[in-house]
Design a protein around this ligand. Structure first.
Ligand code: NAD
Length: 245
């Protein structure tokens, strides 16, 4: 591979699977035993805010560190490998994740955009002010900025809502020369279309996944296996190759 100057990485639920977080669609089509329409749409939140808050409270709790114990869910070797790539790569690096967990941050990644939001943040529905959130959100909680009940929602991009950071993402992909997609099924757009943007920009494209994604044919190269096993080896080899250039 020619000397690389700019890398964009896209990750999905598969990179957190080896940490014990379930991926999006199990074989039964459910997310943690819930229909997506019941917990991950603005309409679901209007209809049953109690259920939606409970769902995200349950996703948030295992990620929290309490004084007396560490978080139940921890980063795995794949998260660590991406942090190493970012630290040791001598060029531009952007990590885009569809994940709402904080395992990339736990693993040491710095330049990261959560395009689907973060479960450790909450947002005021009236003012759009975003706050850190290290506790359960109850429907009746009073908002810190407006003082109203029923105004706090998880800082999550639900189906039908616009993903975050799209301008920065488009700009980074259109100027990268290596695009790597890890642990994502290619089901959810616009993320599933990023590989085509990278191809249009003339970047090399690599898919790392357990199996072929729905957009696998758009990649120049693929490595199939568990991210926690194949990614650290790929990063080592890539960094050695770059040092020789
Ligand atoms: P997805 O569940 O649709 O696909 C996951 C992909 O990862 C699959 O192709 C699967 O084969 C692959 N995979 C599973 N285990 C793997 C492993 N060990 N190594 C490599 N690949 C593995 O996920 P998606 O494409 O990211 O879409 C999911 C949506 O659901 C996103 O919007 C995301 O916000 C949300 N979500 C997030 C989390 C999280 O934050 N960890 C978890 C579930 C869902």
């Amino acid at each position: 591979m020619n000397s690389v100057k700019s890398i964009v990485v896209l990750t999905g639920a598969g990179i957190s699977a080896e940490s014990g977080i379930k991926t999006f669609r199990a074989d039964d089509g459910l997310w943690e035993n819930h229909r997506v329409e019941d917990v991950a749409t603005p309409e679901a939140f209007e209809r049953d805010p109690w259920l939606v808050q409970k769902f995200y409270n349950e996703r948030r709790r295992p990620l929290l560190c309490y004084q007396e114990r560490e978080s139940e869910v921890k980063y795995n070797p794949a998260h660590k490998a991406l942090a190493k790539l970012e630290a040791q790569f001598d060029g531009d690096f952007l990590l885009i994740t569809q994940n709402i967990d904080n395992l990339h941050e736990q693993g040491g990644s710095i330049n990261i955009k959560h395009m689907h939001g973060e479960v450790l943040k909450m947002r005021c529905k009236s003012t759009n002010t975003v706050f850190d959130c290290f506790h359960d959100i109850e429907v009746a909680d009073l908002c810190d900025c407006c003082g109203e009940p029923n105004n706090l929602r998880p800082h999550i991009v639900w189906f039908g809502e616009m993903p975050l950071y799209m301008d920065e993402i488009a700009s980074a992909i259109s100027s990268c020369d290596l695009f790597i997609s890890i642990g994502t099924s290619g089901n959810v757009y616009p993320a599933a279309g990023f590989v085509q943007m990278a191809n249009q920009a003339g970047a090399r494209t690599l898919e790392i996944n357990l199996e072929e994604s729905l957009v696998a044919s758009n990649f120049d190269q693929a490595i199939y296996g568990k991210a926690g096993e194949v990614l650290p080896a790929w990063v080592e080899e890539f960094l050695i190759g770059q040092r020789k250039k």
